[in-house]
Design a protein around this ligand. Structure first.
Ligand code: ADP
Ligand code: MG
Length: 682
């Protein structure tokens, strides 16, 4: 008897060979196989008559093969199979490229269904490389057909046949991870029906039911997992921090904190004296001053005799935080260090030893801080900055580091509420809803490349007034020639230096430079040794050079709104009027509309909502890499209502049965999904 952990090669009808091919997709167990959900579907329910095929449209037609297919060998690597099929309404000429085996499997006199794009004219239709199968088989035609994500060596047909075998093998053993009462209350179909119809939908309605049920299930399990993480944290006891006189810290700042900053610091301090580990998200729009909230918490921790770590997503940012905070911290008696991937092994060892010995109070770095076996003597607080690049799993890894340090997460991207619920469902939230005083909104305009001469003279004027400028070029898509973005940036910078600004200091920075080189360029820009910095989006997040007053974004249509908002947040940080110029020649009305959102509003939350609505959640996570356990069917951009329902159901269940004793299948599946994302509950 099969169980869901059975290796696919033992499934009837699959065998070694096919199992190996499936392995390339990461499909190993029966569970993997039946959970390999289609990416999309093609509705091939309808079969037309030949005369009803419309040139240019994709459709299916049933027709009888009129004479034996012919094979011609055109040249090496190109064989053609040709045949003529007919019905009572017309003639369909079919050509297959390099599928010579079809010659023997397609029999004259029998009727087949051909599915593909019709060509030709109204008198004679043609199809090239259509999907073909005997009429009545209804495997690849005659119904709604799943389209799976694939890899080389596995065809749609092989995959869907394998899934068929898989479903047949586990029809009776699929555990329903949704407790009966939840299923009934939310009108969700049974698990068997859901798996059957997500793969082989009987109808569009059946597919909807299946999808709804599976999405609900995912969101439900996900919520349970997040609640469990929170629960676990709430049962952990840590030694409460004692009160600390913060006056010395506040007095050392060059400005007074905003009301909102003080409130967030207050909330974080309350967590840290509570005797439970803090797990808080501090959300604030770009420029709202999150760093100082972090700094206050660091001070609080260190004055409690506990080390603090600040983790940034890039070396540039880590270094900048370090250089910004050290002059503040050291006079207050706090010993600081910087630890990144570009430290030598020897430096790392000695830093690590100093951390273990308690000779460093405050360490800033990249995620080298939690990986690579760094030990702390007494880690009390971990701050992660610009959080959306770290996932649930990283947070869990952090929480396991040392003796349950307090964690504070600083989010750079204003995240729409629905997403925040998902991403940060296990966190408490503070919001900095106020900008430091005296900021003037960045003036934003949208122009086409015909404006370049004007843009250049504008830059020149600002530089003459003592300001600096950013020019951002888009990164080249991964599929294109690697290294091209480097070329785009370096060439553009060289051209500007040579032809436009021979008298100004132009520099460039891109993602493929060595960390040391990047740092050097950034430091020079911060020190005002360069006037104009041409860059890819490496400066997108967090970089703080208050003297920079203009941000030009080339090919702005290639960026997401949230990304543009981040970019724009790099200017307008000082006392000067700042500008953002979006350059785009794209005439597409939708694109223009999207870009115009930037001109109209400076509110990061509104922009994020709009971005989510227009582009879906991919932008917030990076494709598939969102690190959210088990979300395959659920579309977190669109299923907000379903999410609410699932959360309600999860909370109600936990209320009744906090340890999930009545539903072991639910508990087991939740643990499994989180384990896949490297989160364990033990
Ligand atoms: P972000 O929230 O984007 O990380 P930062 O912490 O980098 O923002 O702060 C943006 C800029 O505002 C920095 O130059 C910082 O020194 C300055 N700043 C922060 N808080 C205040 C304040 N209360 N008053 C004036 N300037 C401030
Ligand atoms: Mg910041």
């Amino acid at each position: 008897m099969a169980d869901l952990k059975t290796d696919v090669r033992f499934i009837k009808g699959i065998g070694e060979q096919r199992a190996k091919a499936l392995g390339k997709l990461g499909i190993r167990t029966l569970r993997d196989l039946v959970s390999w959900f289609p990416r999309r579907y093609e509705d091939r329910t309808e079969t037309r008559r030949v005369a009803e095929l419309v040139p240019g449209e994709t459709a299916c037609a049933a027709a009888m093969i009129a004479s034996a297919p012919t094979v011609s060998h055109v040249r090496k690597g190109l064989d053609l199979v040709k045949l003529r099929a007919v019905d009572e309404t017309g003639v369909l000429d079919v050509t297959f490229f390099n599928q010579s085996w079809l010659k023997n499997s397609l029999r004259p006199g029998e009727t087949y269904v051909f599915c593909g794009k019709a060509e030709g004219n109204l008198f004679r239709r043609r199809m090239t490389n259509p999907v073909v199968e005997p009429q009545g088989r209804r495997e690849a035609t005659g119904r709604i057909v799943p389209v799976y994500p694939l890899t080389a060596g596995v065809s749609q047909l092989i995959l869907s046949r394998s899934v068929r075998q898989g479903l047949d093998a586990c029809a009776d053993i699929l555990p329903d991870v949704l407790p009966d009462e939840v299923r009934r209350e939310h009108q969700l179909c049974r698990v068997g029906y859901a798996y059957e119809n997500i793969h082989f939908p009987e109808s569009a309605e059946a597919l909807d039911l299946a999808r709804r049920r599976l999405a609900f299930e995912e969101l439900f399990l996900f919520t349970l997992g997040l609640r469990r993480l929170r629960q676990r944290r709430e049962t952990v006891e840590v030694e409460p921090f004692g009160p600390v006189d913060m006056e010395a810290f506040y007095a050392a700042l060059p400005f007074s904190l905003t009301e909102a900053q003080r409130r967030c610091i207050g909330e974080a301090r309350a967590d840290m004296v509570s005797g439970r580990p803090m797990n808080r998200l501090c959300q604030g729009d770009v420029g709202s001053g999150k760093t100082m909230v972090a700094a206050a918490c660091v001070y609080f921790s260190v004055k409690n005799g506990r080390q603090a770590a600040l983790m940034a997503p890039t070396e540039i940012l880590a270094r900048q935080h370090y250089e910004g905070l050290r002059p503040l911290m050291e006079p207050l008696g706090i010993r600081c260090a910087l630890l990144t991937g570009s430290n030598t092994a020897k430096e790392k060892r000695s830093l690590s030893a100093a951390l273990a010995a308690g000779e460093i109070d405050f360490v800033v770095g990249t995620h080298a801080l939690i990986t690579g076996g760094v030990e702390y003597r007494s880690l009390g607080l971990v701050v992660t900055d610009e959080q959306h690049r770290f996932g649930v799993a990283q947070r869990a890894a952090l929480a396991g580091k040392g003796d349950h340090p307090h964690t504070l997460v600083m989010s750079a991207t204003p995240i729409p509420r629905t997403l925040a619920l998902i991403l940060y469902g296990d966190l408490d939230v503070s919001v900095i809803d106020q900008l430091p005083p005296g900021r003037r909104p960045v003036q934003t305009s949208l122009v086409d490349s015909g404006y370049h001469p004007r843009i250049y003279s504008f830059l020149r004027k600002l530089v003459r007034e003592g300001r600096q400028a950013y020019i951002v070029c888009p990164q080249v898509a991964e599929s294109e020639e690697a290294g091209d973005d480097r070329k785009a940036v370096t060439e553009y910078a060289a051209q500007l230096q040579r032809e436009v600004f021979p008298d100004l200091r132009v520099a460039f920075v891109h993602g493929k430079m060595k960390p040391k080189e990047k740092d050097a360029v950034m430091s020079a820009f911060t020190a005002r040794e360069t006037d104009i910095l041409v860059s890819t989006t490496v400066i997108e997040v967090g970089v703080d050079v208050p003297n920079a007053a203009v941000m030009v974004v080339e090919n702005a249509e290639r960026f997401g709104l949230s990304q543009l908002h981040q970019l724009r947040g790099r200017v307008g940080r000082g006392a000067w009027q700042s500008y953002c110029v979006l350059v785009s020649d794209n005439k597409n009305e939708e694109t223009r509309q999207r870009l115009r959102v930037m001109v109209k509003t400076a509110d990061g939350f509104r922009i994020a909502e709009e971005d989510l609505r227009l582009r879906g959640p991919g932008d917030f996570f990076g494709q598939r890499q969102h690190g959210l356990p088990g979300l395959r069917v659920a579309d977190i951009g669109c299923d907000a209502q379903l999410l609410k329902e699932a959360q309600g159901a999860a909370d109600a269940l936990l209320e009744r049965d906090p340890d999930l004793k009545t539903c072991p299948a639910t508990a087991e599946r939740m643990a499994e999904l989180f384990a896949e994302a490297d989160v364990t509950f033990s």
